[in-house]
Structures are given as C-alpha cells and as structure tokens.
Design a protein around this ligand. Structure first.
Ligand code: HEC
Length: 140
C-alpha cells in the first residue's frame, strides 16, 4: 500500500511536466454574437469558459491532471461553438448551432463537471426558457 501511494505520488509529480496551454486569441469584437444584455450575461457566466475566446482560467489550471481536462474542454468547446467568432459562421452553420443550443441547454450544458465546480453557472428554468425562446428552434 505504501509503495502504491509512492508510485501515485511520483506519477502526479511527473504529470506536472507535461505542458498545457489555453490561450485567448485576440478577436475582433464585431464577430461576437449579438444578443440582449440579459442573454449575454447568462452566456458569459455559463458558457464562455469553454465556448469563447474569453476563457477565465481557474487557479488549478496549472495543476495536472485538471489542466488536461480544461485544455480539452476549451479546445473541443471552441470547435463546436465559439460565441466570440459567431459572425464567422455561415447562416447554415448558425442554424445548426442554434438547434444545438436549444437541445443542449436543457440538460447537457454547461457540462456537469464544470457546474460542480462553478455552481453559479447552472442555468435556472427561466434562463433555459429564455435561451430556448431566443434560438427560435424546435429541437429536431
Ligand atoms: C466546461 C466547459 C463547457 C461549458 C461551460 C459549456 N460547454 Fe458546451 N461543450 C463543451 C464541450 C467539451 C463540447 C463538445 C462536445 C462534448 O464533448 O460533449 C460542447 C458542446 C456544445 C454544443 C454542441 C453539441 C451538439 O451536440 O451540438 C453546444 C450547442 C454547446 N456546447 C452549448 C453550450 C452552451 C449554450 C453553454 C452554456 C449554457 C455551454 N455549452 C457550456 C464544453 C462546455
């Protein structure tokens, strides 16, 4: 048991040497999604840490393995949907993303692991309704 703990400890130390990097690329403000200030506040609070170029990194971002998760969430999150570069999407892409937002805000987004560490990110029923009404989409 003692040896096992030593090994876990050493692995954790070694993991710290694997570099990760999450950067916020400078982005033209005109490309950002244009929504009411109410919606903008909700998105900034609950989505921007993975779906924008204005990611706020927590203190544990420099500690592996948390850093790996954060890097993965931000990379994947931006690939799927980036509110900071919304205007770069074609009308067709926007339409798809709005449908995706309609579908995911009900339960899947923000990610549960994120909400467990950022309680304030959880969407209320009213906020979910507000977002869904704004998308103007039915789910399928
Ligand atoms: C902790 C990071 C994180 C947060 C916060 C977050 N997302 Fe995501 N989101 C992801 C990741 C990662 C994916 C990629 C798909 C996956 O791995 O499940 C994703 C995928 C998506 C997709 C595409 C999924 C699909 O099937 O079309 C939409 C739409 C989406 N998120 C909307 C939102 C909205 C809206 C919010 C805020 C209410 C939000 N997300 C908050 C990480 C996040």
């Amino acid at each position: 048991m003692k040896n096992f703990l030593y090994i876990v400890f050493i692995i954790l130390i070694l993991l710290q040497f694997i570099p990760t990097k999450v950067e916020n690329p400078k982005t033209d403000k005109n490309l950002e999604i244009k929504v009411s200030s109410e919606l903008s506040t909700i998105f900034k609070r609950s989505c921007y840490d993975c779906h924008s170029n204005e990611v706020k990194l927590p203190w544990y971002n420099s500690i592996a393995p948390a850093s790996f998760y954060i890097q993965r969430h931000v990379n994947l999150g931006r690939q799927w949907l980036n509110f900071s570069t919304w205007e770069n999407y074609t009308e067709e892409e926007k339409d798809k993303k709005l449908k995706g937002i309609f579908r995911t805000v009900y339960a899947a987004m923000p990610l549960a692991s994120y909400v467990s560490l950022h309680k304030e990110a959880k969407l209320t029923k009213e906020e979910i309704k507000l977002i869904r009404d704004w998308t103007g989409k039915a789910p399928f």
